[in-house]
Design a protein around this ligand. Structure first.
Ligand code: ATP
Ligand code: MG
Length: 645
């Protein structure tokens, strides 16, 4: 790993909200007196009834309970819209950039107010009430933000399902949270191609019926509407008022559910609540991106991921920022699209994922250098460890050696960024997420949960709560306790491994268990495996990731066929097509190895670390194989491996 250090440029420190001295002072206060610190910073949002209690949290595995600002009341949508109307009514809230470079739209705070009130009234007119769950399956169009904020306005709980997911994945998520209303669009548009969202939604609704399906017209493509259930959004919007009084919600009322990738079973419905989440999302957005009034801010995530929730919609809008929302992909119409959009809208702050950086790096510097990018002041990265080569390219070529990079580590569960540089305070080291945000107490533990001091390596835990933390797994509090608080008693277990260097900087080394990250899309191996096993010719499957130049990780599937079935190229293609249909194109296996047997422990568990090594083409040291039920299967796997250097 690189230990290059990039000091904070003097001009960045002088204009920043926090220089190093200020960071250290605020951090100290935040961990010495969390209630005092968050009591003060909790006032950054508007409360209808102010809170008197700040922190009431317990990590005791017998009684895990997390409450922040619990006796306060507020409305999240009013905080993101109404409170800005007087001072920023005509300022752009959202700049929407379409898939087609000729398509863009500017939505001011006044416009946003009108649109969200209208959407809220449509939901109310269709019987959606406070506490009801609403599933949102939309492309990256302004209506996605309107729908989220409309739910927040009336106190409904949204659950967004990424538009790249298949009908089955959508159905599973609708059923788990018992949504009665589904919001979708006729079609999505990405890279010049349409995505049949309404058709997928219809198929999902066959398995998980909903009372109401609200359909936004995006492309005008032909779709079937089911009488008594489906309505066009634009027709319903024309029937309702554009005024709506926000509901008074308790700080601990649910704001949204978002399903994780489901590495170890069915996806977990991560539940976030209102007050603490908004305080944390807005404060991290302001400090991490050193956001100043008037800045144009762009996060390239999809609203189907948590980054889209906290750092396209809730954080920036709570701060009265201008947030850019992009419908398309980084390589359409060419690999310079991001930088063309930066120049077109004079973007100051740009936040993306390492997979996008790596793929654009591969497309050649000329797509970048032909653009000006002089508006850029700060760059950000999220989603996986950024390799030092990609960091250097981002810094030198995209940022012209001018723009600090904030490498932000966090999770769906954490609601907001936990470990990150602050641009005016933190010298950077390529590949390190550096230091904790205010109020965050990371620690490194060994397998037994002993806290390790100084420069060390182990598992990353967090010792105490922060306001943006998830509150439960929807409908399954036991699973919440089991997953995050049982491995190490009294600590939140992140599931990630990390190293801490002599300067106290954190380097995330990846997850302790197995999840595949394909082009920034996270997927549990279990989901791909269950899709493969669902095929009639497959008896067993094990899926692991392997290093892939463009995607970050590729999908490597070991497949055992039913007795009597013969491996063939045709079957390989059939299995890839099958997974695409079951889950979506992002889950297509890159390599399939037909394996007569899989390495298993005597208790029947597949030994993935062995499969991972073979997939990586590095099987010299397979570690302890003494617990294998049948060591001979390993030789066959090595013999027939698919990824050879
Ligand atoms: P599941 O919990 O179902 O397995 P997931 O963990 O893949 O899903 P997310 O919550 O979106 O889904 O991803 C969080 C994970 O992404 C972190 O735990 C970490 O492994 C990785 N990650 C995110 N940002 C960074 C970063 N800046 N550096 C290193 N790793 C990161
Ligand atoms: Mg996770």
């Amino acid at each position: 790993m690189s230990d290059n250090v990039f000091p904070v440029p003097a001009e960045v420190a002088s204009r920043a909200l926090a220089d190093n001295a200020k960071y250290l002072e605020m951090y100290r206060k935040s961990v010495d007196d969390p209630a005092g610190f968050w009591g003060e910073h909790g006032k950054r949002i508007d409360w209808i009834k102010p809170f008197s209690k700040v922190k009431n949290t317990s990590y005791d595995p017998h009684n895990v309970s997390i409450k922040w600002f619990e006796d306060g009341t507020l409305n999240v949508s009013a905080n993101c819209i109404d409170r800005h109307l007087e001072t920023r009514g005509d300022q752009p809230a959202i700049i929407w950039e379409g898939d087609d470079p000729a398509d863009h739209k500017v939505i001011t705070y006044k416009d946003l107010h009108r649109e969200v009130c209208t959407f809220a009234n449509v939901l109310l007119a269709h019987g959606v009430k406070k506490g009801d769950r609403v599933t949102i399956y939309l492309p990256m169009i302004p209506e996605a933000a309107y729908a989220m904020l409309a739910c927040a306005r009336i106190g409904a709980v949204h659950s967004i399902v990424f538009g790249g997911f298949s009908p089955d994945s959508l159905a599973q998520r609708i059923a788990d949270c018992k949504s009665t209303c589904l919001i979708t669009a006729d079609e999505g548009l990405r890279g010049g191609r349409t995505v049949p969202l309404k058709l997928n939604a219809d198929r999902a609704a066959e398995k998980a019926p909903v009372d109401t399906m609200i359909v936004v017209k995006r492309t005008g493509g032909a779709v079937a509407m089911t009488g008594g259930r489906d309505v066009w959004y634009h027709e319903e919007a024309a029937k309702v008022s554009a005024e709506n009084t926000p509901a008074e919600m308790s700080a601990e009322d649910p704001l949204f559910i978002l399903y994780t990738s489901g590495s170890t079973g069915s996806p977990k419905g991560v539940l976030h609540t209102s007050g603490g989440y908004l305080v944390y999302a807005s404060m991290t957005h302001q400090y991490v991106f050193d956001y100043h009034e008037g800045d144009i801010y762009w996060c390239t995530a999809d609203v189907g991921w948590v980054t889209g929730h906290s750092y396209i919609v809730y954080g920036p809008l709570a701060n009265g920022a201008t947030t850019l929302m992009f419908e398309g992909i980084p390589t359409y119409p060419n690999a310079g699209r991001f930088w063309d959009v930066v120049d077109k809208h004079k973007v100051n702050i740009f936040y993306t994922a390492p997979t996008a950086i790596r793929s654009l790096m591969g497309a050649g510097d000329e797509h970048v250098t032909r653009t000006s990018r002089e508006s850029l002041r700060l760059l950000g990265s999220v989603g996986e460890p950024i390799n030092p080569e990609a960091w250097m390219w981002y810094y030198n070529v995209v940022g012209d050696k001018r723009c600090p990079i904030v490498d932000t580590w966090w999770q769906t569960e954490t609601g907001g960024i936990l470990i990150t540089p602050l641009p005016g305070a933190t010298p950077l080291k390529p590949g390190s997420a550096t230091r904790p945000f205010f109020g965050v107490q990371p620690a490194v533990v060994d397998a037994e949960g002993n806290i390790l001091d100084g420069a060390t390596e182990g598992n990353l835990v967090i010792l105490d709560s922060w306001p943006g933390q998830m509150r439960t797994v929807y409908g399954d509090h036991d699973r919440f306790v089991q997953t995050y608080f049982s491995t190490y008693k009294g600590m939140y277990f992140t599931g990630d491994g990390c190293r801490r260097d002599a300067d106290g900087y954190y380097w995330i080394t990846g997850r302790v268990d197995d999840v595949i990250n394909v082009s920034g899309h996270r997927m549990g191996t279990a989901e791909v495996e269950s899709a493969l096993v669902a095929h009639p010719k497959v008896s067993e499957a094990a899926v692991v990731g392997y290093p892939h130049d463009i995607k970050g990780q590729g999908i490597y599937a070991y497949v055992t066929l039913m007795a009597g079935e013969e491996p063939s190229e045709a079957l390989r293609k059939e299995l890839v097509a099958h997974v695409r249909k079951e889950i979506g194109p992002i889950a297509s296996p890159d390599l399939i190895q037909f394996a007569p047997g899989l390495p298993k422990t005597r208790s029947g568990k597949i030994m993935r670390r062995i499969l991972r090594k073979i997939a990586e083409d590095s099987f010299e040291n397979l570690g302890d194989t003494s617990t294998l039920a049948d060591p001979a299967v390993v030789d066959d796997l090595i013999e027939n491996r698919q990824n050879r250097a």
